[in-house]
Design a protein around this ligand. Structure first.
Ligand code: ATP
Ligand code: MG
Ligand code: MG
Length: 552
């Protein structure tokens, strides 16, 4: 499950162990619990936990819960389940941590920074502060409150902490450099007031909350993280990270190093909690676990195995280069993992009845097939052959194009594992739709014996098969880069991303499979029994089509 492929992060870690800089690698996966995890997070999980494992080190599962207004226990619980489902574990309870575990320490260090003349309470309004901050082309200006005395700052910060100052009236800022070319260094805020917020863990105990940019580096250091891995948009924040390490060095047990890698982007998808939330809230999908969603829950419900997600991360690699991955890479990984593990079954998605007139009414021949062509340990399955069969509508053509090898009027085809049949008669309804075929079988072709014919199709005995609803999924967006060119990303949603087939027929053993079971329907693709499937209301999701159907 580790990161087998050499990557630049692995090299850095190897060097740091070889040089003696570190004796053990310590990483963390630090989500903010403000939504469900998506495939981009899966990458971060595989990278952080995978590298921790590869070096026999330690990885923390840490919740970055510094913004009480957006965070919920529901997400905290779901994130833990998702990490475990992907196959990773923090192993001991002490490695499941929260930024809020350290709120007391953060506050002490803020007081210390004030005493050291490195932080001050600012009373500018948010709008004024923005204006004083300048821009990329314009240096910032010092706030008129920047030179408040240490005593005054301590007194004001104390008032903020006690809830005596209304929200937004003051912030604590780090005193760095208003003329820095890096805007992140222009006296960034460290604490803001939220008097009326309720935090999922600390309740109403705190009236001030640390900013992410202040809390995150300190949490890393307090946990003795050796390599703090994050995505490239935090590159500009690294000087601030290092500034905190410098100015609080005597308070911190370790000095982590921040290293950035590029974000995973998946074409025909959006990979952002905010946008995914919008898709859910505005009803474009049924929920966070809708099988079209690139969330870990959605992909799981769709039927993508965890090994396929790990393979996907492995294959797409870690680097600083732009990372815009074709959706088919994920599909290929799913196919590979499913091909080697999923039991086989036959399913007729759009059934057409075939009556074998040469077969006696009531007689059943039990044919035999492997559950998996390469895994004999999965056993075998019994396939009943009777007078009334179902085949796929698309496997019959009244007016076949040249080279067509499936069933045609007067033509022959082999039924997989069964007999060769010939179509003698086509029955139509009043509107001219084909409703039934009358065929005869050749007795000496049982179970692959006898004559070879070119076309082989799948089929089921109608009375022995079970009914199912099958959900077929297409891409959630119509374009590779939703929202590009200034469009609203929601306008790129593919309105045809779901088609539902009712009245499909499946081998009867499938009806007993537990939700979450993954199967290959021969010639049709890989499918997964839906989470909401129930006895008598069987429902399956198509994970992905087969790369190659049989040569037909
Ligand atoms: P989003 O914008 O979707 O909310 P985020 O980065 O704000 O994502 P966090 O909860 O802060 O979400 O992310 C936890 C970890 O996952 C961070 O270390 C972050 O860098 C990483 N991560 C998030 N999205 C991606 C992605 N697309 N590719 C790689 N890593 C990611
Ligand atoms: Mg974040
Ligand atoms: Mg975010």
């Amino acid at each position: 499950t580790g990161m087998e492929r050499a990557n630049f992060l692995k090299k850095i870690m190897e060097q740091d162990l070889a040089s003696g800089k570190h004796s053990q690698i310590v990483t963390r996966f630090p989500p903010e619990p403000n939504g469900y995890l998506h495939i981009g997070h899966a990458k971060s999980i595989c990278v952080n936990f995978g590298l921790g494992e590869a070096f026999g080190g330690v990885t923390y599962m840490r919740f970055d819960d510094t913004n009480p207004d957006k965070e919920e226990q529901e997400y905290i619980d779901a994130i833990q389940q998702d990490v475990r489902w992907l196959g990773f574990d923090w192993k001991v309870p002490e490695r499941l941590t929260h930024a809020s575990d350290y709120f007391g320490r953060f506050h002490e260090m803020a007081v210390l920074l004030i005493k050291r003349g490195k932080a001050y309470v600012d009373s500018l309004t948010a709008e004024e502060m923005r204006e004083y901050r300048g821009s990329l082309t314009q240096p910032g200006r010092d706030s008129p409150y920047r030179e408040r005395s240490v005593e005054e700052n301590l007194a004001l910060f104390d008032k903020m902490t006690k809830g005596e100052v209304p929200d937004g009236e003051m912030v604590l800022r780090l005193k760095i450099d208003m003329s820095s070319p890096n805007i992140n260094m222009r006296d960034p805020p460290a604490y803001r007031i939220k008097r009326n917020s309720e935090h999922p863990r600390t309740g109403t105990q705190w009236k001030v909350y640390p900013m992410y940019d202040y809390a995150h580096p300190l949490t890393d250091a307090l946990e003795s993280i050796t390599h703090s891995l994050c995505t490239l948009e935090f590159e500009d924040h690294r000087p601030l990270y290092d500034w905190l390490m410098d100015h609080l060095a005597d308070q911190l047990p370790a000095r982590p190093r921040q290293i950035e890698f590029s974000r995973l982007n998946l074409q025909y998808c959006v990979v952002s909690k905010r946008k995914l939330l919008q898709l859910v809230n505005e009803g474009h999908v049924a929920g966070w676990d809708d099988p079209r969603m690139p969330t870990i829950r959605g992909l799981r419900r769709r039927g993508v195995p965890p090994e396929a997600m790990r393979l996907f991360v492995e294959r797409t690699g870690v680097s600083k280069a732009d990372n815009n991955i074709d959706y088919s890479v994920l599909e290929d990984c799913a196919r590979e993992c499913l091909d080697s593990s999923a039991p086989r079954a036959m399913a007729v998605l759009e059934p057409l009845r075939v009556v074998v007139t040469s077969w006696p009414e009531g007689q059943v021949d039990i044919l035999d097939a492997p559950m998996h062509p390469k895994l004999p340990e999965l056993g075998r399955r019994a396939i009943p052959f009777t007078r009334t069969l179902l085949i796929e509508r698309t496997d019959f053509e009244e007016a076949p194009p040249p080279g067509y090898q499936r069933l045609t009027p007067g033509g022959e085809v082999r039924l997989r594992y069964g007999y060769v049949i010939r179509c003698d008669e086509v029955i139509k309804d009043a509107d001219g739709n084909v409703v039934e075929l009358r065929c005869t079988h050749e007795p000496d072709t049982r179970q692959g014996a006898g004559r070879k014919v070119k076309g082989i199709i799948h089929w089921l005995s109608e009375p022995h098969s079970s009914r199912a609803k099958v959900n077929l999924y297409d891409r959630l967006f119509k374009v590779p880069d939703p929202g590009s060119g200034g469009r609203e990303f929601l306008s790129d949603v593919n309105p045809e991303s779901l088609s539902v087939l009712e009245g499909c027929a499946v081998e009867s053993y499938v009806a007993d499979a537990e939700p979450g079971t993954r199967l290959q329907f021969e010639r049709a693709g890989y499918f997964c029994v839906d989470a909401a499937s129930a006895p008598g209301a069987l429902s399956l999701n198509r994970v992905v089509t087969l790369r190659d159907t049989w040569a037909l």
